[in-house]
Design a protein around this ligand. Structure first.
Ligand SMILES: [Fe+2]
Ligand SMILES: [Fe+2]
Length: 329
């Protein structure tokens, strides 16, 4: 018997409530002003100067990935809208006391600090064409983003599990590169964001894990279908009014410097398959057992793809980015 997905997610509200502690209480969390120059302090000029000096060492290619990641974070309205579109998970009134609604608002409120701190860094660094960056963000929110979940709440939560891990990897690698290139402030900023993404990943994975307990066949089918669609990146539709495939260009740079690669994509698949114990699921329907088989060989296929893609990507010529005054990366 097929179970209705919205009923299942409504049925695990108590579990969601128990895991709301994965969001930090507001007074305990970090804020952008903890890290960025204090404009009220006596030495504000020196603080800004020091930040700019450090930012000079950040290579253009790292900067490009950082700008793309910031644009992605800044399109947060699209992500909150996405979650609320999924039946059983949505916030019915906008201030609902339902655990799912409280989760989504708390998650959004934490995420909001990401775009905030990163864009202030970009502004203060003195390295970025801010207008080009801002145009890109506005275009991305206008253009929207379709995560290809068909508003199925299982797929929506699988998508967010995947995506939070992807952003954790991406910001984590950027933190490392910032530190290696002499910008510990940027390293700290990206590390803070990484920490949030990590808690969010854990929460979404637990929610989906609970769905796997309740409805293993439905969940494994949803997982396999999401993977067949391939995971659409949230900033896929960004545009700067100049480049014909801005996202594609950005993704090539991220691959080239190892911030987010096809190999990472394969690792995420592997990790989720492991975390949700896909191989050990039993008593599945015929279709679901096929989906289980399909998932079993998937990461390996992506690794094969990665070998070939890496070769061809490394041969690609550099392209100009409006974000950094049309210097080529
Ligand atoms: Fe984020
Ligand atoms: Fe996130």
């Amino acid at each position: 018997m097929m179970r209705k997905h919205d009923d299942v997610v409504k049925g695990i509200e108590g579990f969601v409530e128990e895991n709301l502690y994965l969001l930090k209480e507001v007074p305990e969390g970090w804020q952008p002003s903890d890290i960025l120059p204090d404009m009220v302090a006596e030495g504000w000029r020196e603080e800004i100067q020091q930040m700019r000096n450090q930012a000079r060492g950040v290579p253009d290619e790292v900067l490009i990935v950082l700008i793309g990641n910031t644009v992605t974070e800044e399109a947060l309205p699209s992500y909150q809208t996405m979650v609320n579109r999924h039946p059983g998970v949505g916030d019915d009134t906008g201030a609902s006391d339902n655990p799912w609604a409280r989760w989504t608002r708390g998650w959004t409120a934490e995420e909001n600090r990401h775009g905030e701190i990163l864009s202030r860094y970009l502004y203060l660094s003195g390295r970025v064409d801010m207008r080009a960056f801002e145009i890109t963000t506005q275009h991305l929110i206008c253009n929207g983003f379709d995560p290809k979940t068909g508003n199925d709440p299982y797929k929506g939560l699988i998508y967010t599990s995947f995506q939070e891990r992807a952003t954790k990897i991406s910001h984590g690698n950027t933190a490392r590169l910032a530190n290696e290139n002499g910008d510990p402030t940027l390293g700290k900023i990206c590390a803070l964001v990484t920490g949030d993404e990590s808690r969010h990943e854990e929460a979404y994975k637990r929610f989906v894990g609970k769905i796997f307990e309740e409805d293993p066949s439905g969940a494994v089918l949803a997982f396999a279908q999401m993977m067949k669609n391939t995971v659409t990146m949230p900033a896929r539709r960004m545009a700067d009014g100049q480049a014909t495939d801005l996202y594609g260009q950005f993704a090539v740079v991220a691959q080239r410097i190892g911030v987010y690669t096809i190999r990472d994509y394969a690792e995420i698949i592997d990790h989720l398959i492991d975390y949700w114990k896909i191989a050990g699921l039993s008593g599945l329907t015929g279709d679901a057992a096929k989906a289980q088989d399909y998932l079993g060989g998937l990461a390996q296929r992506y690794r094969g793809l990665a070998d070939r893609a890496e070769e061809s990507l490394l041969k690609q010529s550099k392209t100009p980015f409006r974000w950094i005054f049309n210097r080529s990366v």
